[in-house]
Write a protein that binds this ligand. Structure first.
Ligand code: SF4
Length: 496
């Protein structure tokens, strides 16, 4: 969709909303739009303590208009920027609504974490019902989605009651996989593609873990949850897995740690001994991620295992007594909504995992599907299609407890994590909300440090294993984290 932008720097929010509204017509900034062309002309201007935005939407030869005024605190750059973003998106949304093109259930809200916005509205308005109304009034979010956010908020509040103040979540990254799934845009490296990087990587990772654990101990910061993710951490052979888990036990103070998760992910990397190593080390949760229970789909997306292998390993994890986390993806190539529903039904009926996350396929840059132009065939016509599945999951005793959105997600739908009562994953809540700091170790890791005023500072590790091994100055990265917990003045230079 073409657009013209007059005024200050609001290119990103304008494009984010256009992607949600017109997913099969990528945004294109131009200088002018002819009277016969489809496109939006967006203008923005500050007026005293209000940002005013106007949009003229030319669509099918007709003109539609949207206006918005959002107040900001004078002298506060962040408040002015947030008001600009909100004004431009709501003016655009109103124009699209006027033209009958605004089918998006998330309204003018475009970010990754709608539940963080809900939490802010909850605090601002003082209650769930009011927060729901505010989300609909300010951002046009459909009541179906505000109800989902309210349910999630209630479960998060209850789950986090047991987490001590200042307690962090720790993330440890193993960015290697047996093969690359066709939808994956993650930094993961197929094991063996680059010689044996895993050995030296594990040495460097253990050094970083030692350093981070020392910082937390030095400042009496409790660890509430540990999450070993990837990639596929169980790509490590049994000896290496044992070494990693043993090292974690040796260096961290885990006396306040209620939850320790290992992402098995790919059934083709699992052995009985690996499960046993996890159990003995004290791992409490184990992820087996089926994505689909159809063999044809698994083959199509480049997974090197069958649905029967997934069944076998889900059953084995249940036998151990560890909590079972599972993932499905809605919208995989060749799959319909009924296929995802069948997979979810089977998993709930036969394995009753404590956690089930339903992802919506998002075709992102860097994935094989993107290269194949798979996204071009996806239309935003099946929007809301997951509601009946959500109701079925609810009917099986699960509640939603975290949610996030991704650009280009199938049908504009979200990813939602569901848990049986009392089994929500603390780490998932810590990482998806702004309630806790996250300390990340390993390639692709992103440490999150909360700052006053609802901001967060990110400290990024190098993305890929090779860069991680070659990094020049890990000490300065760790110094930032040490200074943060030591209360030394902290410069906020990468706010979100
Ligand atoms: S298992 Fe996950 S991280 Fe690994 S290639 Fe597949 S989607 Fe990517």
């Amino acid at each position: 969709m073409k657009y013209v932008l007059n005024g200050s720097a609001v290119k990103n929010p304008a494009e984010d909303l256009l992607v949600c509204l017109f997913p099969s017509d990528p945004p294109e900034q131009v200088d002018t739009i002819g009277e016969e062309e489809d496109g939006m002309i967006i203008s923005l201007r500050p007026c005293l303590s209000t940002i005013c935005a106007e949009t003229k939407f030319i669509y099918g030869g007709k003109h539609y208009y949207g206006r918005s005024r959002v107040p900001f605190s004078k002298g506060d750059d962040r408040s002015a920027r947030d008001a600009s973003y909100e004004a431009v998106k709501t003016a655009m949304y109103r124009a699209a609504q006027d033209a009958g093109c605004a089918h998006e259930k998330w309204g003018a809200l475009t970010g990754v974490h709608p539940s963080v916005v809900f939490e802010k509205e909850f605090r601002r308005t003082g209650g769930s019902e009011r927060a729901r109304q505010a989300m609909t009034h300010r951002y046009f979010v459909h009541p179906e989605k505000t109800a989902l956010l309210a349910e999630i908020h209630a479960v998060q509040e209850e789950t986090m009651l047991s987490v001590p103040d200042r307690a962090v979540g720790v993330y440890i990254s193993i960015p290697f996989c047996p093969t690359r799934c066709s939808y994956c845009s993650f930094v993961s490296t197929p094991a063996g593609s680059d010689g044996d990087l895993i050995g030296p990587y594990l040495d460097a990772l253990c050094r970083e873990i030692t350093e981070k654990a020392a910082i937390l101990k030095e400042h009496n910061v409790p660890v509430a949850s540990l999450y070993i993710g990837g990639g596929t951490p169980t790509i490590l052979d049994e000896g290496r897995l044992e070494r990693l888990l043993g090292h974690i036990r040796d260096v961290f103070d885990l006396s306040a740690c209620e939850e320790w998760t290992v992402e098995g992910g790919r059934p083709d990397t699992l052995t009985e001994k690996k499960l046993h190593i996890c159990e003995i080390a004290g791992v409490t949760r184990f992820c087996v991620n089926p994505q689909s229970m159809k063999d044809e789909t698994l083959e199509r997306i480049g997974r090197r295992h069958s649905a029967d292998e997934t069944r076998k390993w889900m059953a084995k994890v249940k036998e151990t007594g560890m909590i079972l986390n599972t993932d499905l993806i809605y919208g995989l190539p060749g799959e319909t909504k009924a296929d995802t529903e069948d997979s979810a039904r089977e998993i709930m009926r036969d394995f009753r995992p404590e956690n089930l996350t339903i992802h919506s396929l998002a075709v992102k840059k860097g994935s094989l599907l993107k290269e194949e132009d798979f996204a071009k065939n996806l239309q935003n016509t099946d929007e809301g299609a997951l509601e009946s599945l959500y109701n079925e999951i609810r009917g099986n005793g699960y509640s939603p407890y975290y949610l996030y959105r991704q650009k280009y997600a199938r049908g504009g739908t979200e990813n939602t994590g569901w848990a049986l009562k009392g089994d929500a994953c603390i780490y998932n809540i810590q990482t998806m909300t702004e309630r806790s700091n996250i300390i990340a170790c390993g390639a692709g890791g992103s440490t999150k440090l909360l700052l006053p005023g609802g901001k967060a500072q990110r400290v990024y590790n190098p993305k890929y294993p090779k860069e991680y091994l070659e990094q020049q100055d890990p000490e300065s990265r760790d110094k930032m984290i040490r200074d943060y917990f030591g209360g030394t003045a902290y410069e906020d230079h990468t706010d979100r």
